[in-house]
Design a protein around this ligand. Structure first.
Ligand SMILES: [Zn+2]
Length: 199
């Protein structure tokens, strides 16, 4: 494999790129306990995009790991998870927004993953209507037997990573979550690293 990008994403910042089929995207949680909000689209037709519900149905679990696909709303794999040293990611919590932070925590005008997604999608001609339910790598959202869900401390340790193989030409979008009002980032957002490699 040849490394074609190796980028450290500062705490709270977004990243986006189009990947070719077969390329590998490794997302490294450099310091641990850092949620990484992630969306992906068919780069040639962005109307086809990640579908959280179908991805969970096909995996038969809400907890994705190695071997599972990230599926589009057309029943096709956008990515396959080919490595996962953490083993706990979230499919149901979605992204934070200034609006939801105000609703939940009574704070105004906070930085958010929704704003990051919009900033990262704009150069690709995408906007508010294109931000759909996303996957959150390294975020821990357990569901209790009675249905109670929560956002609790992530399980990732420094250096844990997930690696995704692109299964078509895909637009991948990351928000390195800036949330400081719940434990998803250990109340301390930190940098992550993305390494893109090609066969
Ligand atoms: Zn967030």
């Amino acid at each position: 494999m040849t490394t074609i990008e190796d980028t450290t994403i500062p705490a709270g910042e977004p990243w986006a790129r189009v990947l070719q089929p077969g390329e590998l995207l490794r997302i490294v949680d450099l310091q641990g306990k850092q949620a990484v909000d992630f969306l992906c689209y068919n780069a040639k037709d962005s109307a086809e995009r990640y579908n959280a519900a179908d991805t969970m149905k096909y995996a038969k679990t809400i907890f994705l790991t190695t071997g599972h696909g990230l599926y589009s709303d057309m029943g096709r794999r956008l990515f396959t998870i080919v490595a996962d040293t953490c083993g706990r990611h979230d499919t149901i919590g979605g992204c934070c927004s200034a609006e939801s932070n105000e609703f939940r925590y009574g704070v105004k005008d906070t930085p958010s993953c929704r704003a990051n997604f919009l900033r990262a999608l704009a150069p690709f001609g995408l906007g508010k209507k294109d931000v759909v339910a996303n996957v959150n790598f390294f975020m821990n959202v357990p569901v209790e037997p009675d249905g109670t869900m929560g956002i609790v401390d992530g399980r990732s340790k420094a250096g844990d990573y997930v690696e995704l193989r692109a299964e078509m030409e895909v637009l991948a979008v990351i928000s390195n979550c800036p949330q400081t009002h719940n434990p998803c980032n250990g109340f301390n957002p930190t940098p992550i690293r993305v390494v893109l490699s090609a066969p």
